[in-house]
Design a protein around this ligand. Structure first.
Ligand code: GRF
Length: 201
């Protein structure tokens, strides 16, 4: 049976696009039931419209508080009856209520090899730290930022003359492979979580 997945994105949406394309190609056995965005100007909206994916805008700026925003977000997420929520460049930290409502049902992609360089600007942190290998991580979302059980990681070299942008570009190429692959494994029921270890069956 095809899984129902819903995507949360705040911006450019290139990872969202990679997921849409993998679904269209039949690589991921799923249907994308919604794009949910906190940003009415997100380019991801155009990508959703082009792919015929319903768009739900929950404009963060229109809510009096984060709590009110999260209430609306949670209600919208519940309506989707999704098996999986995919954070594809969703630029807010999800609140506890949302995380608790969907245990082991939310995945995120982070542009660094976790547990290094959590939070914003993972690629900049990697360049500034001077690591020789960088990459991306797909992980389940738990209460701690960029900390849940790791599903897949891909690495790339950091080159002598790299800056944040050139490294980000190289990592992004891998993100676009890694994220659809992790989502495919989830949708094929091939991921088992034992504590913080994800077993791929
Ligand atoms: C990616 O680098 C992703 O790892 C991070 O946010 C960025 C989103 O890019 N979480 P895009 O919107 O998917 O193009």
């Amino acid at each position: 049976m095809k899984k129902r997945i819903a995507v949360l994105a705040s911006g450019r949406g290139s990872n969202f696009q990679a997921v849409i394309e993998a679904i269209a190609a039949g690589t991921i056995p799923a249907m994308c039931v919604a794009l949910i965005t906190d940003n009415p100007k997100a380019y991801a909206i155009e990508r959703a419209e082009n792919a015929g994916v319903p768009v739900i805008v929950i404009d963060y700026a229109s809510f009096p508080s984060k709590a009110e925003y999260e209430k609306a977000l949670l209600a919208a997420m519940k309506k989707q009856k999704a098996h999986l929520f995919v954070l594809a460049g969703y630029m807010r930290i999800l609140g506890r209520a949302v995380i608790h409502a969907f245990p082991e049902k939310i995945v995120n992609i982070h542009p660094a090899l976790l547990p290094s360089f959590t939070g914003l600007h993972g690629q900049r942190q990697a360049v500034q730290y001077g690591v020789k290998v960088a990459g991306c991580t797909v992980h389940f979302v738990d209460e701690n930022l960029d900390c849940g059980p790791i599903i897949l990681q891909k690495c790339v070299p950091v080159l002598e003359d790299d800056d944040e942008d050139s490294l980000a570009e190289r990592i992004l190429v891998e993100e676009h492979k890694c994220f659809p692959e992790a989502i495919r494994l989830f949708c094929e029921d091939r991921l088992g979580i034992e504590g913080r270890i994800v077993r791929i069956r």
